[in-house]
Design a protein around this ligand. Structure first.
Ligand SMILES: Cc1cc2nc3c(=O)[nH]c(=O)nc-3n(C[C@H](O)[C@H](O)[C@H](O)COP(=O)(O)OP(=O)(O)OC[C@H]3O[C@@H](n4cnc5c(N)ncnc54)[C@H](O)[C@@H]3O)c2cc1C
Length: 492
C-alpha cells in the first residue's frame, strides 16, 4: 500500500465535484498519522491545492475538530462549511508494469489522487529485459537496476553466418534487467511519491452514461486475504489501462482486438565458462527453423541466459518446434545448461482500434505499443505512461477539472506524431527482411555495414532517428539492394 490507505476501502473519497467529502468509515486506517494540529502552508486553506488528505485535514481544522471523526455524518457537516475546495481528480491506473508505474508517478507528482492497482506485487513478467540506454537517464534508473551492460551483439543468419556488432563508444550499452527488479523499483517510486498502491485484481468496470459521473472499479483486494481476496469497489473520474497484453480494461471499454505474436522463453543457467561467453554479449538468430516471423535470441540475464523465440498467433502451434530450433542452433554454447524457468506470453503486433474511449485511456502493451522487427516494448510502455499522464495533468489543469474523451485523445495525437514513423519503418523492415531465408541472409549481411550499425544503434539506444547525410543514405540503399539480391545465393 502507499502512504495513505484510502484504497483499502475504509474510507472513500468525496466525488470532489461539489467539494463534497464523504467519509465512509473511521479514520484510524490512514497510514500517515492524522495530525489535526498541522498548519496549512497556504494563507487561505480552502484554496489549498495540496492532496485530498490535506483537504480532509483542513476540513477538520476549520471545524475545530481535535479528534478523529467516528461517523460519516460528522464529516458531511464539516464539508458544508468549506464548500470551495477545487476538484481533486481521481485517477485509477490498472497494472503496475513500466507503463502503469510511470503513469502513476507522473500523476502523483502533480498532486493528482492516484490509485495504482497491481494483482501480483512480485510479478516477473516473461521478458528479455533489454532496455535502451536513454531509458536509464530519462527515467532516472539507478545503476543497480541494470544487471548487465551488453556492448556486443551477434547476428546469426540462416546459414549460420555470423556478423559482430560492437558498440564503439565506451559509455554506451544495452541494459539487461530483471523485470521483477525494474517493475518493483518503478512501482515503489510511484508509491513513495504519493500514488496509492493497491494489491488487487481489477475485474469489472461500471461505465457512467455521462461525462462527469464517476466510473466504479470492481476489484478483489489481496492485501489481507491472499489470492482469494475481498471484493471491493472504488469510484474514480478517469482510468488508465496499463494491464498488459491480456488487458481487462481494454475488454471493458471495448477497445477492439489486435493481432498478436506469442513469445516463448526458457531461462537457462549455464556452467561458469559458458556464461562467461555471454558476459556482455547478446545473440540474435534468424531463419525459418527458429522463427517464421521474427528472430530468436540468447540474452544474458543476471545469473543465467534467456533463450527464446516468437511467432505470429497463426503459427503458434509451432512455437515449441521453433524453440527446439534455437536450442539446436545454440547447442554448443548452451551445453551443460539447466532450465530454471519456462515462460510464454503474447506480444501485441499493432495498436488497438480504440485506445481512448470515454475517460479511459490505454497505454503500453494494453494499447499495443510493441515495435515490429525488434519486439521492443519496455521503453515504449514507460514513455506512453508518462505521456498519457502528462496530458491528463495538463488537460485537468493540475487536477481541478475532469478531462473529456477529446482531451485524452490529445495524448494519442502526441504519441502517434512522436512515434508513428518509428512503428511504420520497423513494420516495413519486418515485412521486407523476415520474409524468407534469402531476405534474412541479406538482413544479416547488411548488419555488418558500419553505417547501418551506427544508424540502427542510434535509433535504438537514443530513440532518435538522426537522418544520415545523403551520401551515406545512398550507400545504405545501394548496399540494401545488393544484399537482397545476394541473399538468394547465400540462403541454405
Ligand atoms: C518473452 C518476451 C520477451 C520480451 N523481451 C523484451 C525485451 O527484451 N525488451 C523490451 O523492451 N520488451 C520486451 N518484451 C515486451 C515487454 O515485455 C512489454 O512490452 C512490456 O512488459 C509492456 O509493459 P506494460 O507495463 O505495458 O505491461 P506489463 O509489463 O505486461 O504489465 C502489466 C501489469 O498489469 C498487471 N495486471 C494485469 N491485469 C491486471 C488486473 N486485472 N488487475 C491488476 N493488475 C493487473 C500485471 O500483473 C502486470 O504487472 C518482451 C515480451 C515477451 C513476452
Amino acid at each position: 500500500m502507499g502512504q495513505w490507505a484510502i484504497g483499502n476501502g475504509h474510507w472513500a473519497m468525496g466525488n470532489g465535484h461539489g467539494a463534497l467529502l464523504i467519509i465512509l468509515s473511521p479514520f484510524p486506517l490512514l497510514k500517515k498519522p492524522f495530525s489535526p494540529l498541522k498548519k496549512c502552508p497556504l494563507p487561505n486553506f480552502s484554496f489549498c491545492s495540496e492532496k485530498l488528505r490535506n483537504v480532509a485535514f483542513h476540513a477538520f481544522a476549520e471545524a475545530g475538530e481535535t479528534k478523529e471523526p467516528k461517523v460519516r455524518g460528522s464529516m458531511l457537516s464539516v464539508n458544508v462549511k468549506i464548500g470551495r475546495r477545487p476538484l481533486t481528480l481521481r485517477v485509477a491506473v490498472v497494472g503496475s508494469g513500466p507503463a502503469g508505474s510511470c503513469a502513476a508517478e507522473t500523476l502523483a507528482k502533480a498532486g493528482i489522487e492516484t490509485y495504482l492497482f497491481e494483482r501480483k506485487l512480485d510479478n516477473a513478467k516473461p521478458c528479455g529485459g533489454a532496455i535502451p540506454l536513454c531509458m536509464v537517464s530519462e527515467f532516472d534508473l539507478p545503476p543497480e537496476i541494470i544487471d548487465r551492460r551488453v556492448r556486443k551483439m551477434k547476428m546469426i543468419s540462416p546459414s549460420n553466418r555470423e556478423v559482430d556488432i560492437n558498440l564503439v563508444n565506451e559509455d554506451e550499452y544495452i541494459g539487461m534487467c530483471r523485470r521483477e527488479v525494474l517493475d518493483g523499483f518503478l512501482r515503489d517510486r510511484a508509491a513513495k511519491l504519493g500514488a496509492n498502491l493497491i494489491n488487487a485484481t481489477v475485474h469489472k468496470l461500471d461505465i457512467p452514461t455521462n461525462n462527469t459521473d464517476p466510473y466504479t472499479i470492481h476489484y478483489v483486494d489481496h492485501t489481507e486475504s491472499g489470492a482469494q481476496g475481498i471484493a471491493k469497489t472504488l469510484k474514480v473520474d478517469l482510468i488508465i489501462g496499463a494491464d498488459g497484453a491480456n488487458s481487462r480494461i481494454a475488454k471493458e471499454m471495448d477497445a477492439g482486438d489486435y493481432n498478436y505474436a506469442i513469445a516463448f522463453q526458457e531461462r537457462i543457467r549455464l556452467p561458469d565458462d559458458k556464461m562467461a561467453y555471454y558476459n556482455d554479449l547478446a545473440e540474435m538468430y534468424v531463419g525459418d527453423d527458429v522463427s517464421t516471423d521474427f528472430y530468436a535470441w540468447v540474452f544474458p540475464k543476471y545469473d543465467h541466459v534467456a533463450v527464446g523465440t516468437g511467432t505470429m498467433q497463426v503459427h503458434k502451434a509451432s512455437i515449441k518446434q521453433l524453440q527446439a530450433g534455437i536450442r539446436a542452433r545454440a547447442a554448443r554454447k548452451l551445453a551443460g545448461g539447466q532450465i530454471i524457468k519456462v515462460e510464454a506470453h503474447p506480444i501485441p503486433e499493432h495498436p488497438r482500434p480504440r485506445r481512448v474511449v470515454g475517460r479511459i485511456a490505454l497505454i503500453g502493451d494494453a494499447a499495443g505499443y510493441v515495435t515490429k522487427s525488434s519486439g521492443e516494448g519496455i521503453y515504449f510502455a514507460a514513455k506512453s505512461g508518462r505521456m498519457c499522464a502528462e496530458t491528463i495533468v495538463e488537460m485537468s489543469n493540475g487536477g481541478v477539472r475532469i478531462p473529456t474523451e477529446g482531451d485524452l485523445k490529445v495524448y494519442l495525437k502526441r504519441w502517434d506524431k512522436k512515434y508513428g514513423l518509428t512503428y511504420k519503418v520497423l513494420d516495413i523492415l519486418q515485412n521486407v527482411f523476415y520474409r524468407s531465408d534469402a531476405t534474412r541472409e541479406a538482413f544479416v549481411e547488411m548488419c555488418g555495414d558500419m553505417d547501418v550499425q551506427r544508424l540502427t544503434f542510434d535509433s535504438y539506444l537514443y530513440k532518435t532517428v538522426v537522418p544520415a547525410n545523403p551520401i551515406t543514405q545512398l550507400k545504405i540503399t545501394a548496399k540494401t539492394i545488393a544484399s537482397l539480391l545476394r541473399g538468394n545465393a547465400l540462403a541454405p
